[in-house]
Design a protein around this ligand. Sequence first.
Ligand SMILES: CC(C)(C)c1cccc(C(=O)NCC2(NC(=O)c3cccc4nocc34)CCCCC2)c1
Length: 254
Amino acid sequence: MFFHVLTLFPDMIRDGFTTSILGRAAEKGILSLEAVNIRDYTKSRHKKVDDYPYGGGAGMLMQAQPVYDACQAVIEGIQTRKKTAGEEKVRVIYLTPTGQVFSQQLARELAREEDLIFLCGHYEGIDERVLQRIVTDYVSIGDYVLTGGELPAMVMMDAIARNVPGVLGNEESAQTESFDDGLLEYPQYTRPEIWEGERVPEVLLSGDHAKVEEWRLEKSLAKTKEVRPELYESWAESHQEYFVKKAKKEERLR
Ligand SMILES: CC(C)(C)c1cccc(C(=O)NCC2(NC(=O)c3cccc4nocc34)CCCCC2)c1
């Protein structure tokens, strides 16, 4: 998987990449990252990449030309590497509050691509004309005001990379199946057995794996039902047998 990030702050992207699982995967040669400084592609003498918005309004906008040329340079690089002069349709993801909300499902879908280009906005955004010309996917990581698209790009790259085969060792990938079966995590405990007078739940010390599994699923279901009822409902729909079995078991215990 080749990540290409178009940004005014390439160091922010590079630092964020090397100090995470992405850094280790890069060493393994499974992932690679190039952070391209949009400012390197400006044609203005004063390295200008932004200008006042037509129609007035506070703040500045990123101009189309540097963004377009930086993106073209990346696409040419991809075509050279892949030795395809053909018009590769490379996915260009624009991080924006106006985008579809990012999800585990989208992370899994994007993990199947060989190349992904991320375009990070700054100031008040980017000239609409270049967005129309190059962007294939508009994606948001959630509803809050941010300074730029760089952190959202790093969030997305982390989540996508975890779905790229080989990036996670098998011990790490265990962490993801809980969300993959769509439920929130159960409460977890580690040594010491008693901390500030608080004990670990007995069942977890019993060594009875079936009971531990049952306890964990119950806790996950309770937490999910309380905090994310919509996730709970979709899980319940695809796990009818769980509720049938539970009802039978309670019947027997009555
Ligand atoms: C209603 C709402 C969401 C609060 C809102 C409404 C209006 C503007 C913003 C905002 O933050 N503008 C600044 C801006 N944000 C983002 O890029 C951004 C924000 C949030 C999630 C993201 N995911 O990807 C990119 C994201 C960075 C500078 C370039 C212009 C975009 C926010």
